[in-house]
Design a protein around this ligand. Structure first.
Ligand SMILES: [Zn+2]
Length: 208
């Protein structure tokens, strides 16, 4: 179908615009003013994570997404302060104006962002893409730290200061005492044993 091909071409063009995005010296400086401890390499990591966020938005214009990183949200806000450049970038990358503050965080939005982030990074179903790692890696104050999977089944083994992505949408089915295999939705990778703790008696379980 022609329109499908056109959409694909347009999406590739928009992603290329994001990959070419250069962050202004002013924006970098303002980010460093906010986060004093960041080195030049750290800033480049934040820029990489910000590009990942923009690629996800460019590829999935209709998806409901949630911004998972505080430092990326900050860089995005700084970028938007250079109003004219930012407007031109938005037009080219998204075909619409995107306001940094206009997005709310929801479990569904976070999970969709996680899925697309993994696709973007090609990093497998149990890894954390850069966008979800960056706050923790750089020890950002009040940043968000994620755990791909706490290992709990039917309950979340909460780890202080960390958000468990396996259970962000709910705890899933509780593991029955004695462990009856049929009780668990084995074929749904969201609940599968892809990574995380080894539940004895279930072997490798397999996620996907
Ligand atoms: Zn959990």
């Amino acid at each position: 179908m022609i329109w499908k091909r056109l959409t694909k071409i347009r999406s590739a063009r928009r992603v290329a615009v994001v990959d070419d995005l250069q962050f202004s010296a002013g924006g970098r400086q303002r980010l460093t003013n906010k986060h004093h401890n960041l080195s030049g390499d750290d800033i480049r990591l934040v820029e990489g994570a910000t590009r990942q966020w923009f690629r996800i938005v460019a590829r999935h214009p209709r998806a409901t997404l949630s911004m998972p990183s505080l430092v990326v949200a900050d860089l995005w806000s700084e970028l938007a302060l250079d109003a004219r450049e930012y407007a031109a970038f938005c037009d080219a990358a998204f075909g619409r104006r995107l306001t940094p503050a206009s997005r709310q965080t929801t479990a569904a939005g976070t999970l969709a962002t996680l899925r697309y982030g993994r696709q973007d990074e090609n990093c497998g179903p149990t890894a954390l893409p850069l966008l979800f790692r960056v706050d923790h890696s750089l020890a950002i104050q009040d940043g968000l730290s994620y755990l791909a999977d706490c290992g709990g089944r039917g309950e979340c083994f909460q780890v202080r200061g960390m958000i468990c992505l396996q259970h962000i949408g709910g705890p899933g089915k509780r593991l029955r005492v004695g462990g009856i295999r049929g009780d668990l939705p084995f074929h749904d990778s969201r609940y599968g044993y892809a990574g995380g703790a080894d539940v004895s008696g279930f072997g490798d379980g397999g996620g996907t």
